[in-house]
Structure formats: C-alpha cells, structure tokens
Write a protein that binds this ligand. Structure first.
Ligand code: AMP
Length: 326
C-alpha cells in the first residue's frame, strides 16, 4: 500500500535510517541535500526524490513540500545547518515538538527545563570564585562540545576564563560513564518508550591521545550500549518526567524521539547534563537491526526510523496526523 504522505528530512545525521524505514512502511520519501552530499544520497533507491539546496535557502522549499503532503523529520544537523530560528519557522509539518528548538538554543533554558522536570543535573556555579572544581566550562552555542574546557583547580579555571567569552556556564564536572538514553514519546499510544542507549566515540577522549592533546568532544561515531536492568525503571521515570515537563512548560506534547544525555557514577547516580528534543545520531547504531528495548514493546526489533514511520503510519490510518505533528 502506498500512502499519500511523503516523509522528508535533511540528507545528513540520521537521514538514511529515517528514509529507509519510511520507504519500507510505504511512504514516499524526499531528501533535501546540500550540493556536497547530493551524489552520495542519490545512490539509495529508498530515496524517491532528492532536492538539492543550500541550507540558508531551505525555507524556499516549504510551499513545494506542503503541496506534496510532506511530514518533515527534523534532526540535529537540520537545526545546525539552518540555525534555530530558521529551523523553527520552517513551515512544513514537523514530526516532533517544534517549541523545543528555541529551548535548546540556549544552555540556560535547556538546563532549566531538565530541572523543572525534577531530573538531577550537574551543579552550576555563578562565578569562578564560587565554583568547586573539577568543572567543565561551556560556551553558549558551542557545537558538540567544541571549545569546552575542563579545569581541575581554581587557578586553571581563572586563567582560562580570562581568555574565554563572557557568557559561559561553569558546571560541575561529573565523574562517571556517559550514557545517551534514547526515548520515543508516542502520542498515539500515550506513553514514553525507553528505546535504547549509546555512547559517543569522541576524538580526543577515546582516541590514542597519549597526552598529546587536551580532551575535546568531537563526535566521530557512536557505539551501542545496554544498561544494567536495575537502571531501567529510573531511566523510564526520567523520560516520562521530561515529556511531562515539556507539555507543562511549552504547552506542546512531546512527540517522537528524544534523548537524555547522562553521566552515571559509581553509586549508580544518574545526572543529566544535556538533552536532545529529537532523534540523535546514536540511534544509527541500531539501524536495520533494531534496538534491544524495542522488542519489549513490539513483536519485532525496530530501529528509531521504523518507530517514527510506524507512528506516522498509524496517525495517517486514524486520520490523526495533527496528533503527531507541530
Ligand atoms: P555536550 O555538547 O553538552 O553534549 O557535551 C560534550 C561532551 O562533554 C559530552 O559528551 C560529555 O562527555 C561531556 N560533558 C558535558 N557536560 C559534562 C559534565 N557536566 N560532566 C562531565 N562531562 C560532561
């Protein structure tokens, strides 16, 4: 069966996962590609249409996409390429919670939302004087941790802050293992599904640095992670608390994939230092094979792209697309 709806996304990040699953579910598929990657994406038969564009001109495509009955799946690279303002005002129905783009544009509002959800977060310090090292210093708008620095004592913190931009967040550096926890909020099933987890493979953290370079957090890839089963009830609570806070604070339902980015310490304390209000690239580790937790909800393994396609398919069948789009 071919559905009238077309699923589109920007050709990067998780586009292969999203569009492959969309095609398999019977949707038409469109990739919006920058000239540099166009020829790569053209080779995949599950992409019906490829629209070449420059990121700063993406808004011009909106009328055409609406005409073609498109549901657009936004991901992190889409927001990064267009900038948050242009991304939020892209006038094509989004599968996801549009209002979160503005919240995520600022470190302060992002952390505030986590706190309002009652999720434990790292401590934040007003100034170098009140900070309790070790700390991690984050710059507004820094992408993927680029430009962050870690200071293990006050002297280093003061020295490095002297050359840093004024608008920084000084955060407690959490000692423990990172875990990026994937969730899917389903308006149709009225539940938040704990879907999977990954860890990032970061250049100067996981690489053969041998003391030659400072830690930096450039993400090169992702690795799958399964968590201790005893952590799953708490992580599920945090996912639900986050979705509830989004609804309370934004007046919009949490729709589709999101991720809580945590450090888990030796006492199994989970603290969340960041979230993503949409699909994260770490879900790609389960592309085609399905995430370990997806089998708890469905009788077959599913990747996040398939989960998105399933929700849109059910919404179309129930004539309820407005429940899963903003
Ligand atoms: P982010 O850009 O916020 O995702 O952070 C980049 C990386 O910095 C993450 O992958 C974490 O490994 C690390 N990180 C961020 N915040 C903290 C923190 N408060 N404590 C320890 N590590 C952190």
């Amino acid at each position: 069966m071919t559905y009238e709806v077309c699923i589109a996304t920007m050709a990067s990040h998780t586009a292969l996962q999203i569009l492959k699953a969309a095609k398999k579910a019977g949707f038409r598929t469109t990739a919006i590609a920058t000239p540099r990657v166009e020829s790569f994406y053209r080779r995949f038969s599950f992409i019906d249409k490829l629209i070449p564009t420059q990121p700063d001109e993406i808004d011009k495509l909106a009328p055409q996409l609406v005409e073609e009955n498109t549901v657009f799946v936004p991901h992190g690279s889409f927001v990064e390429y267009c900038g948050p303002r242009k991304a939020e005002s892209f006038e094509v129905p989004f599968f996801g919670t549009r209002g979160l783009i503005a919240v995520e544009a600022f470190q302060e509002s992002k952390m505030q939302l986590l706190r309002e959800a009652g999720i434990p977060t790292p401590e934040e310090y007003e100034s170098a004087e009140t900070a309790k090292p070790p700390v991690i210093v984050k710059f507004g708008g820094a992408k993927g941790g680029r430009g962050y620095f870690i200071a293990s004592d006050r002297k280093t913190l003061l020295e490095r802050l002297a050359n840093a931009p004024k608008n920084v967040i000084i955060q407690q550096y959490l000692v423990g293992v990172p875990a990026y926890i994937h969730y899917f909020a389903s308006p149709l099933e009225n539940r938040v599904e704990l879907f999977g987890a990954d860890i990032r493979y970061e250049s100067n953290i996981d690489g053969r640095v041998l003391g030659f370079a400072e830690p930096s957090f450039t993400v090169v890839g992702n690795r799958p992670l399964v968590l201790r089963e005893s952590l799953l009830p708490l992580l599920t609570e945090y996912g639900e608390a986050f979705a509830n806070a989004v609804e309370r604070k934004l007046g919009q339902r949490m729709i589709g994939p999101f991720c809580l980015e945590a450090i888990i310490d030796e006492e199994m304390k989970v603290r969340v230092f960041e979230f993503s209000g949409r699909i994260v690239a770490g879900t790609n580790v389960y592309m085609g094979v399905g995430s370990p937790y997806s089998v708890l909800y469905f009788d077959r393994p599913m990747d996040m792209g398939e989960r998105i396609a399933l929700e849109i398919k059910k919404a179309v069948e129930r004539n309820a697309l407005e429940m899963v789009t903003t």
